[in-house]
Every structure is written in structure tokens, then in C-alpha cells.
Design a protein around this ligand. Structure first.
Ligand SMILES: O=C(O)CCC(=O)C(=O)O
Ligand SMILES: [Mn+2]
Length: 214
């Protein structure tokens, strides 16, 4: 999956936040997009709504895995079926599972892969990923398509933030002391990638949701 044979070097702007720029080759990115496309008919993107306001997210979502992250009037949680089709989510693509095993060193596979699709005006507000049980398991995310402005904060909403560009093929991990850092996507930069025919950005976020049996 890697372009180079040596283990790729990550940037670590703060402890536990790792970014591997361009980790996925163009071919790997194209293969991932083809896998997603093949699944999207049976497992469509949909527009979730916020629990309190009922306002739709600007990002469209779907999931792979035993569990998928959903949001509706009842709150944020993981479910084993697609809310619109009632079908199980398809399995997490093998190459994403391999990426998790190679990069996280976590002793159990990911259970959820959230797929976020950002059109030209979509964004994601500053938030923590905290609907999962094992907080010692990293969150690993892959960016495909247009570049995004990613904002990274601290453990508290009001802490100072910094921002980074996430381009197609970049991989980001939030682990250890960074696992609960606030983060979000301020905007995407339309026209910065030719990967997706209609433009926009796909983000694939892998997470372990339940405590593995030990
Ligand atoms: O799109 C991204 O890079 C971040 C997505 C994210 O933080 C999430 O889905 O929880
Ligand atoms: Mn998140």
C-alpha cells in the first residue's frame, strides 16, 4: 500500500498527533475510491441531522464495519445498520484494515469506518471523538480528494488551535495524549484534486468502538 518500502515518516506536531503526508499512492487512492463507489449504491451517503437542533450536517455520511456512527434526534451513537436502508454496513475494506494494523499497533481491529463526504461548502465544527469505549485505541483517518483545512485544538474547547492542510492520500492519527483533542474541518479547497470526478473530499475515519476481550 505504501509507495516506499521503508516505514514512512510521520510529522508529529504535538505528541500523539501524527500526519503521514501522501502516504497512499495515487493508485491506492483510486482503488479505495473504486471500492467506495461499488458500495455506495447499496450503502448510500445520507445527510444526518444534529441531535438538538435537527439541522442537517453539511457533510454527507455512511459507514463500513460492524458498527457505524450515526446522529439523529436521539443523539450520537453507533448502530449496526444503515438508518435509511436498514441494511448492515458493508465490511471495512481490507486495505484500510491493513493500514490500521500497520500504523496504530493496536491489538484489535477497527469496528467502524465513518465515511464523510464534503462538497465545496461543507465543514465540520470543532468536536471530540468520544462515543467510543476504548480511549487507548487511536483514531485513524484517510483523506481523499480536495485538500481540507484541518483545525486541531486541545483537550478543552477553548484551548488554542492550529491548522494543517490535509491533502489526498494523507493519513492522520489521533492517539495517546491527542486522542481527545478537539478537531474539525474549517473548509475544503475546491479544485485541488483530480481524484474524485465531481470534486469534493472523502474522509474515512477508522475507530475501535467497544473494548476488545483481553
Ligand atoms: O474529515 C475529517 O478529516 C475529520 C472527520 C472527523 O473528525 C470525524 O468524522 O469525526
Ligand atoms: Mn472527529
Amino acid at each position: 500500500m505504501f509507495e516506499k518500502t521503508a516505514p514512512p515518516k510521520a510529522l508529529e506536531p504535538v505528541p500523539g498527533t501524527r500526519i503521514w503526508p501522501g502516504l497512499l499512492s495515487r493508485q491506492s487512492q483510486e482503488e479505495l475510491v473504486a471500492t467506495l463507489r461499488a458500495q455506495i449504491v447499496e450503502n448510500p451517503l445520507y445527510q444526518p441531522i444534529m441531535p438538538k437542533t435537527g439541522k442537517p450536517f453539511s457533510v454527507a455520511m455512511t459507514n463500513f464495519g460492524d458498527l457505524g456512527w450515526v446522529s439523529d434526534r436521539s443523539g450520537y451513537r453507533y448502530e449496526d445498520c444503515h438508518p435509511a436502508t436498514g441494511r448492515s454496513w458493508p465490511p471495512i475494506p481490507g486495505r484500510l484494515q491493513a493500514l490500521w494494523a500497520d500504523l496504530t499497533g493496536y491489538g484489535a481491529p477497527p469496528e467502524a469506518c465513518l465515511v464523510n463526504y464534503y462538497g465545496p461548502h461543507a465543514k465540520m465544527g470543532l468536536h471530540q471523538d468520544r462515543d467510543e469505549k476504548p480511549l487507548d485505541a487511536p483514531v485513524l483517518s484517510v483523506s481523499l480528494g480536495d485538500t481540507a483545512m484541518f483545525r486541531l485544538g486541545g483537550q478543552e474547547r477553548k484551548a488554542p488551535t492550529q491548522s494543517f492542510k490535509l491533502a489526498s492520500g494523507d493519513v492522520l492519527m489521533l492517539s495517546g495524549p491527542s486522542r481527545l483533542r478537539f478537531h474539525g474541518i474549517d473548509r475544503i479547497l475546491p479544485g485541488t484534486s483530480t481524484l474524485l470526478e465531481k470534486g469534493g473530499r472523502l474522509n474515512l475515519t477508522l475507530r475501535r468502538v467497544t473494548d476488545p476481550a483481553r
